[in-house]
Design a protein around this ligand. Structure first.
Ligand code: NAD
Ligand code: UGA
Length: 457
């Protein structure tokens, strides 16, 4: 068998890992290697216990690892031996200097570009997989063109649209694969090669080609639009609570309009995750840089409503529990930012727990996959206890705050839970996941999002 492409991915995280595993699975004649500076992460990728939880990922990794899928920390060697390099390093919000709190921190990405330049001896295609500010490819191209030793690089923007918890399905059946290339003969030829990889399992009609800048910007805009829908419905949830309208009914009524559509209209505690906030803030920053203050303000509001939704939730908990939660045990069901992931980056649960702890509450956290993240997010704060078992977390608690939409929480025996709780027992459903009427009927005081609370007093 002749090797079709030698593919390297720099950055073995939530995007790099699943994406490369699927490419290796679908392209057995390609060699796929993931490299990372994080030795522990690479050790885990090579072990039985993968560093991230994602439904379906284990099987795909274990089926291909050691055959055409490899994990290593040897970045220089990996670069030297590859023809196509995906760059999938983190691009967090900058926490220092100019643009702090808004701009993307491009230091990891820049370092990668320089490493590629330093260790390349043959022409390569460099694929931007990380989410980057529009026109980053220009900077990438400039760095890569500065070598002067005859090695040529073609930069393609191929942003990733997978969502955590459904990453494998999203990769296997993407709505679209976006390829942004330079409008040159070489650029189009490079795009053809990358497209050929995806065509192993993605229909050509779903592979969309644009110019590089459109591809880069489309990624930021896609996340901004998705987050905007959530903030829109969350803003309506506040109005529903004042007017006795029901946000689920409103969402259904508007979602049946085919122009609006039903998805991403679940009101809740606010969006979390490592990307929505970061990408919108980055969009806001870019707009301000371009002198587009009105546009920047418009998108900034999406984040403001999200913060408002977190704030409202905690304020409501405190107000309903007689204006004090000091010394009260509160069971937090769910710490991950959404169901089916172990990722708690920017999880709304972090904000809620911090606020409750600041009120001297005793927070008892349960989560099927993200308990390991609690220390990193709430480390050093007293008053936190962790529980594998949600029943134990709720024992003796004054209230339950359901913060992640794990399906398993719907199956809990709430009568059993209620029997062990302090009375009156409060249940704050931050995801509108549970059967509120049934919970009220067995004795809970129930506080959904965007609906009239069900109180016994
Ligand atoms: P991550 O933090 O899980 O992974 C990034 C990895 O890159 C880390 O393991 C880090 O050690 C490694 N790294 C950093 N600098 C390096 C270097 N110089 N050399 C080698 N390795 C290096 O991040 P992620 O969630 O996978 O996100 C990566 C990018 O993809 C971000 O730009 C993000 O916005 C974007 N994205 C993320 C998602 C998602 O669901 N998480 C979805 C779409 C796009
Ligand atoms: C999101 C996008 O959906 C992906 O397309 C994108 O690739 C990714 O960001 C990224 O760039 O990182 P992700 O954050 O993994 O994916 O998960 P989502 O399903 O989008 O959920 C984000 C947050 O919004 C979660 O906290 C979720 O609970 C919340 N959400 C989602 C709602 O509150 N209501 C909804 O109706 C939908």
């Amino acid at each position: 068998m002749s090797l079709k492409e030698r593919i390297l991915c720099i950055g073995a995280g939530y995007v790099g890992g699943p994406t490369m595993a699927v490419i290796a699975d679908k392209c057995p004649d390609c060699r796929v290697e993931l490299v990372d500076v994080n030795e522990e992460r690479i050790r885990q990728w090579n072990s039985d216990d993968l560093p991230i939880y994602e439904p379906g990922l284990d099987e795909i990794v274990k089926r291909n690892r050691g055959k055409n899928l490899f994990f290593s920390t040897e970045i220089a060697r990996g670069i030297g031996e590859s023809d196509i390099i995906f760059v999938s390093v983190n691009t967090p919000t900058k926490s220092f200097g100019q643009g702090a709190g808004q701009a993307a921190d491009l230091q990891y990405w820049e370092k990668t570009a320089r490493q590629i330049l330093r260790h390349s001896r043959n022409d390569k295609i460099v694929v931007e997989k990380s989410t980057l500010p529009v026109r980053t490819a220009e900077a990438m191209d400039r760095i890569l063109s500065s070598g002067g030793d005859g090695v040529h690089f073609d930069v393609i923007s191929n942003p990733e649209f997978l969502a955590e918890g459904t990453a494998i399905r999203d990769l296997l059946e993407p709505d679209r694969v976006l390829l942004g290339c330079m409008d040159t003969e070489r650029g189009h030829a490079a795009c053809d090669r990358l497209s050929a990889i995806y065509e192993n399992w993605v229909d050509r009609s779903r592979i969309l080609r644009t110019n590089v800048w459109s591809a880069e910007l489309s990624k930021l805009v896609a996340n901004a639009f998705l987050a905007q829908r959530i903030s829109s419905i969350n803003s309506v949830s506040a109005l529903c609570e004042r007017t006795k309208a029901d946000v689920t009914e409103v969402a259904r009524a508007i979602g049946l309009d085919s122009r609006i559509g039903p998805r991403f209209l679940n009101a809740g505690i606010g969006f979390g995750g490592s990307c929505f906030k970061k990408d919108i803030l980055n969009l806001v920053y870019i707009c301000r840089q371009q002198g587009l203050d009105e546009v920047a303000d418009y998108w900034q509001q999406v984040v403001r409503i999200n913060v408002y939704q977190h704030d409202r939730f905690v304020a409501n908990m405190i107000a309903e529990m007689f204006n004090t939660v000091a010394g009260k045990k509160i069971a937090v069901l769910g710490f991950a930012f959404k169901a089916n992931t172990g990722d708690a980056r920017e999880s709304p649960a972090i904000t809620v727990c911090r606020r409750l702890l600041a009120e001297n509450a005793l927070v008892r956290v349960a989560d099927p996959k993200a308990l390991g993240q609690v220390g990193a997010q709430l480390g050093g704060l007293g008053g936190v206890a962790l529980f594998e078992d949600p029943y134990e977390a709720a024992e003796g608690a004054h209230a339950i705050a359901l913060l992640t939409d794990w399906a398993c929480y719907r199956e809990l025996n709430f009568q059993r839970i209620l029997d062990t709780m302090e009375k009156p027992a409060f249940l704050f459903d931050g995801r509108n996941l549970l059967d509120h009427k049934a919970l009220y009927e067995i004795g809970f005081n129930v506080y959904p999002i965007g609906k009239t609370p069900l109180r016994h007093f």
